[in-house]
Design a protein around this ligand. Structure first.
Ligand SMILES: [Fe+2]
Ligand SMILES: [Fe+2]
Length: 339
């Protein structure tokens, strides 16, 4: 099932591209056009589509506001070095109590359902290709932005209702959901979801938001642990994608550049703007979510300050930070940070 690019409006073609030359290019698998002027993907084209029948369009074009030059990100992304991103590891925190057990069981059930829906197996990774990974990433990221927003919202309302300080948790939680939404927007620049995926996202969000809302009211600690375990899976998934690129199993992604939205957000340095580089950044973000949520689950939910926005007496000692300077994959224990 392929659609010829002659149906694409001229405005979405890369400058210098000839509609004539691209006439035989397949929209579903751009990177293997029959006749293509350039093997590299550019931000003007979306490389994959899960909706083969619809003409490609920009999901979020720049608004038509000549008086405004640029709208900056509300939360600038911390700078990650190449060495720090390479130091990110797959990790699992032991289940230590009943709350952990509940959280881990929920993650395993969710994981099983998602694997079934996306035909994915970590151990075999059979039949996984760029398009399937992208669909999985889009679905995962659309769900991943929910917990931080729910937790931040509930803590915000709690602080106002009880007339108490929150001690810095809200900002980190909202920033996490913002970061997850950026992941989603980045992947949407690469692939457009079809109607079935949109339906799944809608259903998942409806169910997940409400489940998270009620769960957080009952046990915020269990919810943070749940997110910590979920992010362990996210780190694993992105590690597999990076390994697959390195092993030459995802040839289309090997040739692909990161979209401009990602280059701007991460301030990706020149020469490190490939799809693999992008996945390294996203994986590093997920590792930070993993650490933050495992750490928050270790703290007193009502009285402890958020160590990720706190100043420490001795800043030369390793302590929780927003960037990757001191990585603790399974989270900081309460005794390490609150004393
Ligand atoms: Fe994410
Ligand atoms: Fe995440």
């Amino acid at each position: 099932m392929s659609i010829l690019r002659s149906s694409i409006p001229r405005t979405v073609l890369a400058p210098g591209s000839s509609t004539q030359a691209l006439r035989a290019t397949c929209l579903v698998c751009h990177s293997a056009p029959l006749t293509s002027p350039s093997p590299r993907w550019t931000p003007y084209t979306r490389a994959f589509s899960t909706t083969p029948r619809r003409p490609i369009k920009d999901f979020f074009p720049a608004p038509d506001t000549p008086g405004i030059v640029k709208t900056e990100a509300a939360w600038p992304h911390p700078v990650y070095t190449d060495a720090q991103m390479k130091a990110v590891v797959v990790a699992h925190r032991d289940v230590r109590n009943m709350s952990d057990r509940v959280a881990f069981t929920m993650v395993r059930i969710l994981r099983w359902g998602l694997d079934l829906a996306s035909g994915y197996k970590h151990d075999k990774a059979y039949g996984m290709n760029e398009r399937k990974y992208l669909i999985r990433n889009i679905f995962l990221e659309s769900v991943a932005g929910v917990p931080g927003m729910v937790a931040g919202m509930l803590r915000h309302l709690h602080s106002m209702r009880r007339m108490k300080r929150d001690n810095g948790w809200i900002e980190t939680l909202l920033e996490e959901s913002y970061n997850e939404r950026m992941h989603l927007l980045i992947f949407l620049k690469i692939g457009e979801p079809g109607w079935f995926m949109r339906f799944l996202v809608l259903g998942a969000q409806g169910v997940f938001f409400n489940a998270m809302f009620i769960s957080y009211l009952i046990s915020p600690r269990t919810c943070h642990r749940f997110v910590g375990f979920l992010e362990e899976e996210a780190v694993l998934t992105y590690s597999r994608e990076i390994e697959a690129i390195e092993a030459g199993k995802l040839p289309k992604w090997e040739k692909m550049d990161a979209p401009q939205i990602a280059i701007d957000y991460y301030k990706m340095p020149e020469g490190q703007r490939t799809m693999k580089d992008l996945l390294m950044y996203v994986r590093a973000d997920e590792s930070k979510h993993r650490e933050v949520n495992h750490t928050l689950a270790n703290l007193d939910q009502n009285s402890d300050p958020n160590p990720y926005v706190s100043k420490f007496e001795d800043p030369s000692k390793p302590h929780p930070r927003k960037d990757l300077a001191y990585q603790r994959p399974t989270g900081w224990e309460r005794d390490d940070v609150i004393n």
